[in-house]
Design a binder for this molecule. Structure first.
Ligand SMILES: *[C@@H]1O[C@H](CO)[C@@H](O)[C@H](O)[C@H]1NC(C)=O
Ligand SMILES: *[C@@H]1O[C@H](CO)[C@@H](O)[C@H](O)[C@H]1NC(C)=O
Ligand SMILES: *[C@@H]1O[C@H](CO)[C@@H](O)[C@H](O)[C@H]1NC(C)=O
Ligand SMILES: *[C@@H]1O[C@H](CO)[C@@H](O)[C@H](O)[C@H]1NC(C)=O
Length: 299
């Protein structure tokens, strides 16, 4: 719950030359060795005939049997061919199918439709992402709370609007905190700051966690910087610090611990990729990508 509040975060100072990586990007497939190509399964595929890592672009139309085609929720077999398909609520003819269609819910009349009102749903199909709750034993609208009405830290809980929650403040009152608050915004909420997972309280301020805050080697991997960017950490002399280089990475950790921004080279180095490409692709490609190896084996 608390973690969700902390999407955005304060920028850290510009004093260090830390290594940062962008989790929204990955190395261009053609730069990768076979091992890294395998780790980039959603985006890349190893072509064994010319020993090269290739960009994936398997599409519905490449699937030539009904069984493999219909295995993907974004493809549909029609007239002997596999077509791209965007299901609508009316395609959700069973509760299981309905649950997999974006923005559609299975209502009490056993029909799949866009959201109406909480009372139209059973306890099992109560749409919590629409601020419905089944806590009372039936599906009903979530009752927003008034933070200032709570007088103890134990009772200070719940949403007061769709985008803010109550939190116990340092002046021992219950206050509203916006979703997506930065660490700096939590300086009057020591508990929330400390429990957030990405912020820590120091002096009288809340700040984002640094590599040097990570107490053990197993946790010393990276810290969140901003948006989709992360700073790499390295363990040295019994402490975690900003990584100065990637010399500590191995063939198995290089690509994965850098969110796919660095590659393992044939002369055994972990180097930044020359070209990074966005992870965003149309959802068809992404889903197909993840299963492509399996299909290659099946067909
Ligand atoms: C693998 O590479 C060869 C040679 O470039 C090419 O002809 C073939 O189509 C590739 N295979 C796939 C599955 O893309
Ligand atoms: C369920 O959805 C159908 C289709 O939109 C609608 O006609 C029906 O009234 C809904 N039932 C309930 C209980 O909301
Ligand atoms: C923290 O509380 C003090 C005193 O109530 C207030 O002046 C200050 O603006 C608050 N700081 C933040 C970041 O909300
Ligand atoms: C918050 O964390 C800091 C640093 O670990 C610690 O000094 C402080 O006592 C903690 N405060 C609370 C209220 O947990």
């Amino acid at each position: 719950m608390i973690g969700k509040l902390l999407i955005s975060i304060c920028m850290i100072g510009l004093t260090t030359a830390a290594l940062t990586v962008d989790a929204a990007k990955h190395c261009e497939c053609t730069e990768l060795t076979q091992t890294d190509c395998g780790a980039a399964l959603s985006y890349c595929l190893w072509n064994s005939s010319d020993s090269e890592c290739q960009e994936f672009n398997l599409e519905c139309s490449d699937l030539n049997t009904q069984i493999t085609c219909d295995a993907f929720s974004s493809c549909k077999w029609k007239d002997g061919a596999c077509d791209d398909w965007t299901p609508s609520c009316s395609d959700g003819t069973t509760v299981a199918l309905c649950r997999n269609i974006n923005g559609c819910y299975w209502n009490k009349s056993n029909q799949c439709a866009s959201f109406s009102t909480c009372a139209d749903y059973s306890v099992e199909e109560c749409p919590e992402n629409q601020f419905c709750t089944a806590q009372s034993g039936s599906c009903a609208a979530y009752q927003f709370v008034t933070c200032s009405s709570f007088t103890t830290s134990q009772t200070c809980t719940g949403f007061d609007t769709q985008t803010s929650q109550c939190a116990w403040a340092n002046d021992n009152t219950c206050k509203s905190v916006k979703s997506g608050s930065s660490c700096a915004d939590l300086s009057n909420f020591t508990n929330l700051c400390n429990n957030s997972g990405s912020c820590t309280y120091e002096g009288s301020a809340c700040r984002s966690i640094k590599c040097s805050d990570l107490p053990i080697e197993q946790a010393c991997n990276f810290v969140f910087t901003s948006d989709t960017s992360f700073t790499l950490c390295a363990w040295a002399n019994g402490a975690c610090a900003d990584a100065a280089d990637t010399s500590a990475y191995t063939q198995t950790t290089c690509y994965q611990r850098t969110f796919g921004n660095y590659k393992w080279t044939s002369d055994n180095k972990c180097l930044a990729c020359d070209d990074l490409v966005s992870n965003d692709m149309d959802s068809n490609q992404l889903i197909l990508g993840a299963f492509a190896l399996l299909l290659v084996l099946l067909e």
